[in-house]
Design a protein around this ligand. Structure first.
Ligand code: DQA
Length: 145
Protein backbone atom coordinates (compact mmCIF):
# COMPACT_ATOMS: atom_id res chain seq x y z
CA UNK A 1 0.00 0.00 0.00
CA UNK A 2 1.40 3.41 -0.99
CA UNK A 3 0.70 6.34 1.34
CA UNK A 4 0.16 9.96 0.31
CA UNK A 5 0.69 12.49 3.10
CA UNK A 6 -1.85 15.33 3.21
CA UNK A 7 -0.08 17.97 5.25
CA UNK A 8 -1.76 21.08 6.66
CA UNK A 9 -0.15 24.06 8.33
CA UNK A 10 -1.20 26.68 10.89
CA UNK A 11 -4.86 27.47 11.53
CA UNK A 12 -6.16 24.79 9.19
CA UNK A 13 -7.37 22.81 12.25
CA UNK A 14 -10.11 25.47 12.31
CA UNK A 15 -11.23 24.74 8.75
CA UNK A 16 -15.05 24.96 8.71
CA UNK A 17 -15.08 27.50 11.55
CA UNK A 18 -12.39 29.94 10.40
CA UNK A 19 -13.49 32.70 7.97
CA UNK A 20 -16.05 30.43 6.25
CA UNK A 21 -16.69 33.10 3.61
CA UNK A 22 -13.12 32.43 2.43
CA UNK A 23 -12.46 28.79 3.37
CA UNK A 24 -15.97 27.30 3.36
CA UNK A 25 -17.85 25.22 5.93
CA UNK A 26 -16.18 21.86 5.46
CA UNK A 27 -13.57 20.53 7.86
CA UNK A 28 -10.29 18.60 7.68
CA UNK A 29 -12.31 15.41 8.29
CA UNK A 30 -14.10 16.18 5.01
CA UNK A 31 -10.72 16.79 3.33
CA UNK A 32 -9.48 13.39 4.50
CA UNK A 33 -12.64 11.63 3.28
CA UNK A 34 -12.48 13.37 -0.09
CA UNK A 35 -8.80 12.54 -0.58
CA UNK A 36 -9.32 8.89 0.36
CA UNK A 37 -12.29 8.67 -2.04
CA UNK A 38 -10.16 9.63 -5.06
CA UNK A 39 -7.38 7.12 -4.25
CA UNK A 40 -7.29 4.09 -6.52
CA UNK A 41 -6.66 0.60 -5.09
CA UNK A 42 -3.20 0.37 -3.60
CA UNK A 43 -3.10 3.97 -2.36
CA UNK A 44 -4.15 5.47 0.97
CA UNK A 45 -3.92 8.93 2.50
CA UNK A 46 -2.65 10.03 5.88
CA UNK A 47 -3.78 13.53 6.90
CA UNK A 48 -1.84 15.60 9.42
CA UNK A 49 -2.13 19.17 10.67
CA UNK A 50 0.05 21.24 12.95
CA UNK A 51 0.28 24.84 14.02
CA UNK A 52 4.03 24.35 14.59
CA UNK A 53 6.58 24.74 11.83
CA UNK A 54 9.10 22.32 13.41
CA UNK A 55 6.48 19.58 13.71
CA UNK A 56 5.63 19.91 10.03
CA UNK A 57 9.33 19.73 9.12
CA UNK A 58 9.74 16.58 11.27
CA UNK A 59 6.78 14.96 9.47
CA UNK A 60 8.35 15.77 6.08
CA UNK A 61 11.60 14.10 7.19
CA UNK A 62 9.69 10.99 8.31
CA UNK A 63 7.74 10.99 5.05
CA UNK A 64 11.00 10.52 3.09
CA UNK A 65 10.93 6.85 4.08
CA UNK A 66 7.21 6.13 4.35
CA UNK A 67 5.25 7.95 1.61
CA UNK A 68 4.99 8.21 -2.19
CA UNK A 69 4.02 11.90 -2.32
CA UNK A 70 2.90 14.91 -0.34
CA UNK A 71 -0.07 17.22 -0.86
CA UNK A 72 0.64 20.26 1.27
CA UNK A 73 -1.36 23.30 2.27
CA UNK A 74 1.24 25.12 4.37
CA UNK A 75 -1.15 27.94 5.38
CA UNK A 76 0.70 31.18 6.08
CA UNK A 77 4.05 29.32 6.23
CA UNK A 78 3.76 29.34 2.43
CA UNK A 79 4.71 32.98 2.43
CA UNK A 80 7.35 32.98 5.16
CA UNK A 81 9.13 29.66 5.62
CA UNK A 82 12.46 28.98 3.97
CA UNK A 83 12.89 26.16 6.52
CA UNK A 84 9.80 24.43 5.13
CA UNK A 85 11.12 24.87 1.58
CA UNK A 86 14.45 23.35 2.65
CA UNK A 87 12.64 20.39 4.24
CA UNK A 88 10.64 19.77 1.05
CA UNK A 89 13.88 19.96 -0.93
CA UNK A 90 15.08 16.89 1.03
CA UNK A 91 11.99 14.98 -0.11
CA UNK A 92 12.40 13.01 -3.34
CA UNK A 93 8.79 12.13 -4.28
CA UNK A 94 6.11 14.37 -5.87
CA UNK A 95 4.94 17.43 -3.93
CA UNK A 96 1.69 19.26 -4.75
CA UNK A 97 0.98 22.66 -3.17
CA UNK A 98 -2.68 23.46 -2.47
CA UNK A 99 -4.43 26.67 -1.43
CA UNK A 100 -8.15 26.57 -0.79
CA UNK A 101 -8.60 30.27 -1.54
CA UNK A 102 -7.52 32.14 -4.66
CA UNK A 103 -4.51 33.73 -3.00
CA UNK A 104 -3.75 35.94 -6.03
CA UNK A 105 -7.04 37.80 -5.52
CA UNK A 106 -6.09 38.50 -1.89
CA UNK A 107 -3.45 40.63 -0.11
CA UNK A 108 -0.11 41.10 -1.91
CA UNK A 109 1.78 39.21 0.85
CA UNK A 110 -0.09 36.04 -0.16
CA UNK A 111 1.10 36.25 -3.77
CA UNK A 112 4.59 34.91 -3.10
CA UNK A 113 5.19 31.28 -2.15
CA UNK A 114 8.53 29.81 -1.06
CA UNK A 115 6.94 26.37 -1.45
CA UNK A 116 6.30 26.88 -5.17
CA UNK A 117 10.08 26.78 -5.70
CA UNK A 118 9.84 23.04 -4.89
CA UNK A 119 6.26 22.03 -5.71
CA UNK A 120 5.66 19.90 -8.82
CA UNK A 121 2.25 21.57 -9.16
CA UNK A 122 0.34 24.40 -7.51
CA UNK A 123 -3.45 24.37 -7.13
CA UNK A 124 -5.09 27.60 -6.05
CA UNK A 125 -8.68 28.67 -5.50
CA UNK A 126 -10.51 25.37 -6.13
CA UNK A 127 -11.70 25.03 -2.54
CA UNK A 128 -11.36 21.52 -1.13
CA UNK A 129 -11.34 20.08 -4.67
CA UNK A 130 -7.75 21.31 -4.84
CA UNK A 131 -6.72 18.58 -2.38
CA UNK A 132 -8.43 15.92 -4.53
CA UNK A 133 -6.66 17.27 -7.63
CA UNK A 134 -3.37 17.13 -5.73
CA UNK A 135 -3.94 13.50 -4.74
CA UNK A 136 -4.86 12.52 -8.33
CA UNK A 137 -1.67 14.14 -9.62
CA UNK A 138 0.52 12.41 -7.00
CA UNK A 139 -1.06 9.07 -7.97
CA UNK A 140 -0.42 9.73 -11.68
CA UNK A 141 3.21 10.77 -11.11
CA UNK A 142 3.79 7.86 -8.77
CA UNK A 143 2.41 5.36 -11.33
CA UNK A 144 4.76 6.81 -14.00
CA UNK A 145 7.81 6.05 -11.84
C1 DQA B 1 -4.23 29.26 2.48
C2 DQA B 1 -3.84 30.67 2.04
C3 DQA B 1 -2.81 31.29 2.97
O1 DQA B 1 -2.46 32.60 2.53
C4 DQA B 1 -3.39 31.38 4.37
O2 DQA B 1 -2.43 31.91 5.26
C5 DQA B 1 -3.94 30.09 4.86
C6 DQA B 1 -4.68 29.25 3.94
C7 DQA B 1 -5.37 28.66 1.64
O3 DQA B 1 -5.59 27.47 1.75
O4 DQA B 1 -6.04 29.38 0.89
O5 DQA B 1 -3.82 29.77 6.03
O6 DQA B 1 -3.09 28.42 2.33
Amino acid sequence: MKTILILNGPNLNLLGKRQPHIYGHQTLVDVERLCQSVCPDGFQVSLKQSNHEGQIIDWIHEARETTCGIVINPGALTHTSIALLDALNTYEQPVMEVHISQVHKREAFRHHSYISLRADGVIVGLGLDGYAAGVRRVVALSEER
